[in-house]
Design a binder for this molecule. Structure first.
Ligand code: NAD
Length: 309
């Protein structure tokens, strides 16, 4: 994995390429928009400073790290890449076109991956012929430059050594790749997150807790414990006998159906879309979206450093 290609310099493409560059991996990023590329270059400086300020174990200076990152608008510039991660706009036709072109221009032994959150890799790769044994999904989490998890999903035709190679590569730069054994919508982490959101929003809409207390419930309750271990170890500590009874008693009580959450629907209708419009469930006055994102990412980075280094 000497040369990496990333397609899309937006939220995810930036995060993925920043992380590779600061680990000394030569990364070329393609986007159709010069403006997005310029923004990504500015973000590089801001995030390098953030990582430095919070003592992330950086291996090189900002100028040395930025030399590992290059940008262009021409997909053909990825013809010498060993590993290409597509992270362009979430649109099936667009991604099918990108993969069709990649199949023609990429090296015969290049590994091709998509970072799609909601599309099926089988559908995205419909026009891929030459690289069928080196296709996989690499699903990062936002912000990809900080959150360690990467979900990996191979197709039936993907050669097992490709998955091993990608997994070893991510592990070598302190990411946490996990294997999804079968293609299911939402893979693992988003499915769990949606299950959590379904119950949390139901508690809110059924008037069981206020929105302020719902935040505290997760942040200072289950979320607090999750900062020390995953779920199965929480069950091991609680006792399987205890959890078995709790599951039996509570499963029938919690939200299990599909609901349209009117709290979210109403907020969307009044254009309260969250941090990007200054108001969602809570208010975000004054600073603007990017400043709030930097503040959140600083908290996540501090957590990463305290838990993983
Ligand atoms: N945002 C998230 O939380 C998140 C998390 C995991 C995965 N994803 C997935 O990552 C991908 C990108 O999401 P994002 O949030 O970064 O979107 P984004 O809108 O921030 O960035 C997408 C970028 O793709 C570029 N683009 C569009 N067509 C292109 C083309 N033909 N060639 C090169 N670049 C092109 C756009 O100009 C844009 O800069 C999507 O597939 C999404 O589902 C997103």
């Amino acid at each position: 994995m000497k040369k990496i290609g990333v397609i899309g310099a937006g939220t995810m493409g930036f995060g993925i390429s920043f992380y590779f560059a600061i680990h000394g991996i030569s990364t070329h990023v393609i986007d159709v928009s010069d403006d997005v590329i310029e923004t990504a270059k500015e973000k590089f400086k801001a995030y390098y400073q953030m990582f430095k300020e919070h003592q992330y174990p950086l291996q090189m200076s900002e100028s040395d790290a930025s030399a590992y990152l290059s940008f262009s608008t021409n997909l053909k510039d990825l013809s010498n890449a060993d590993f290409i991660i597509e992270s362009a706009t979430e649109n099936l036709i667009l991604k099918q076109e990108i993969f069709k072109k990649l199949d023609a221009i990429a090296k015969p032994d290049a590994i091709l991956a998509s970072n799609t959150s909601s599309l099926k890799l089988t559908d995205i790769a419909i026009h891929v012929d030459n690289h069928r044994s080196s296709l996989l999904l690499t699903h990062f989490f936002n912000p990809a430059q900080i959150v360690p998890l990467i979900e990996l999903l191979a197709l039936d035709e993907t050669a097992p050594h490709i998955v091993d190679e990608v997994k070893t590569f991510f592990e070598s730069i302190n990411k946490t790749p996990i294997i999804i054994k079968r293609e299911v919508p939402g893979l693992a982490a988003n499915r769990i997150q949606v299950a959590l959101a379904r119950e949390a929003l139901s508690l809110l809409e059924d008037g069981i807790v206020s929105k302020e207390d719902l935040e505290k419930t997760l942040y200072d309750g289950p979320g607090f414990r999750f900062s020390a271990s995953g779920l199965l170890k929480i069950i091991d500590f609680g006792g399987l006998d205890v959890w078995s009874v709790v599951l039996q008693n509570l499963q029938k009580e919690i939200e299990s159906g599909q609901r349209e959450y009117s709290t979210i629907k109403n907020l969307v209708e009044e254009q309260s879309l969250g941090v990007k419009t200054g108001k969602g469930f809570f208010e975000y006055p004054g600073k603007g979206f990017d400043a709030y994102v930097l503040q959140r990412d600083t908290e996540l980075l501090k957590h990463l450093i305290s838990t993983h280094y």
